[in-house]
Design a protein around this ligand. Structure first.
Ligand code: PEP
Length: 257
């Protein structure tokens, strides 16, 4: 099987924006007023945008009746209660989210989120029928120490413990490639994605062939085509280049002539 042979046509390409802590309500409106029409013909792919919490309701209102879904960037495990400053799965649903990003490396690194906590959050999201973009990835040190596949294996095994494959999209985001302008080469990304799919086979069996695995880390309109040619890359999670409607639309519309 060549690097550039798609293993399955059943995996609809999935392209998600992650705005991180950017864009207030007016900026969100301005983004969507351009973006909606730029991607309206991209029927052959799934499009998700993840604004910050305060813009979710606005984004979901505009995206209703379009081909764009809205994700939160995080959530608490519990439905409600004394958790000052937290946002529950019921609240993100109420705001109009169908998806949530969990396990992002910035949550792991700056907010001490462990594999166990991420697993609890995934269970809670799925209990409420919220689809999950589950992020994993190694640091530069871990890669240089030759530990990439061990780290990815551990994050998958612990993060997806007692989870079924429905509603799960995995995002491989090497920490050294996030926001650095340093993209993994298609070969490096494909090698990691193939190992992730193999691990998913061990956990999910045949369903692993239908599980989308996204690449994230300095994806741009310039490198998306080469990445999407790789057999096990089924989409992208995009930070910096998702903040401008035209640059994100070019990524969504990759390969559409
Ligand atoms: C991200 O944070 O999910 C990400 C991939 O960021 P960037 O595209 O800016 O590297």
């Amino acid at each position: 099987m060549s690097l550039y042979t798609k293993l399955s046509d059943m995996r609809t390409p999935f392209i998600s924006a992650n705005w991180k802590m950017n864009k207030g309500i007016e900026e969100t409106r301005a983004f969507f007023s351009e973006f909606v029409s730029l991607v309206k013909d991209a029927k052959s792919r799934e499009i998700v945008v993840a604004p910050p919490f305060t813009s979710l309701h606005t984004a979901a209102g505009i995206a209703k009746d379009t081909n764009i879904s809205i994700a939160a960037q995080n959530m608490h495990t519990n439905d409600s209660g004394a958790f000052t400053g937290e946002i529950s799965p019921l609240m993100i649903k109420d705001a109009g989210c169908s998806h949530v990003i969990l396990g992002h490396s910035e949550r792991r690194q700056y907010f001490n989120e462990t594999d166990h906590l991420i697993n609890e959050k995934i269970k809670s999201a799925r209990k409420h029928n919220i689809k999950v973009i589950f992020c994993i990835g190694e640091t530069l040190q871990e890669r240089e120490d030759g530990n990439t596949f061990n780290i990815l294996g551990r994050q998958i095994t612990e993060g997806l413990k007692d989870i079924s494959p429905e509603g799960i999209v995995v995002a491989y985001e090497p920490v050294w490639a996030i926001g650095t302008g340093r993209t993994a080469t298609p070969e490096q990304a494909q090698e990691a994605h193939a190992s992730i799919r193999q691990k998913l086979r061990e956990i999910f069996g045949d369903a692993a062939e239908n599980t989308r695995i996204l690449y994230g880390g300095s994806v741009t309109a310039e490198n998306i085509n080469r990445l999407m040619e790789c057999g096990d890359i089924d989409g992208a999670l995009v930070g910096g280049a998702s903040l401008k409607p035209d640059s994100f639309a070019k990524i969504v519309n990759y390969d559409i002539k």
